[in-house]
Design a protein around this ligand. Sequence first.
Ligand SMILES: [Fe+2]
Length: 203
Amino acid sequence: MLQQKIQYKPYAEKDFSSLKGLTGISDKTLEIHLGLYSGYVKNTNILNEQIIELTEQGKTGTPVYSELKRRYGFEYNGMRLHEYYFGNLKPGGSELKDTSKLGNAIQQVYSSIEVWKNDFSKVGSMRGVGWSILFQDPFTKTLSNHWITLHEEGNVAGFVPILVMDVWEHAFLLDYKPAERPKYIEAFFSNVDWSAVESRLLA
Ligand SMILES: [Fe+2]
């Protein structure tokens, strides 16, 4: 029988404590949200350990193995998308200039930053929980806005997340009513660290 031996390095949680003091997103919301992020890191590591254990035991044909494998995209993407989200925020925010590399890339597709922002916000206002993400196609370098359901449905193969906005209700429900998602989206935009966002663009 083939001996299965798999190496795995656990993921480490990133520190986003410097985000306290965001505009329109309370420290309490941030604290709870970071706690949820922490859970995704832990669960991704647990899934990896359990999947490896079952593989090494030759139990890949079991329903438990299948369910853990299917669960992986949810936990891993939950971890990474939150890192993109928190990583594109900073207290006080910043301004996206028309003349910047990102501003130019946006205007090549959308006629203006305002048109793009409106489209991104509309995607983020869709019913249900998920994410509004500005992606870059690595083949054409073109930018486009997309909806991701939960964390794993709708990701486009190879596309690079450039700006990531969480629109799960836990991201805003302490600060806004469920119907006030547009207010949260405006608050999100007032906290965007555009230089961090621009640094994600492919060359
Ligand atoms: Fe979230």
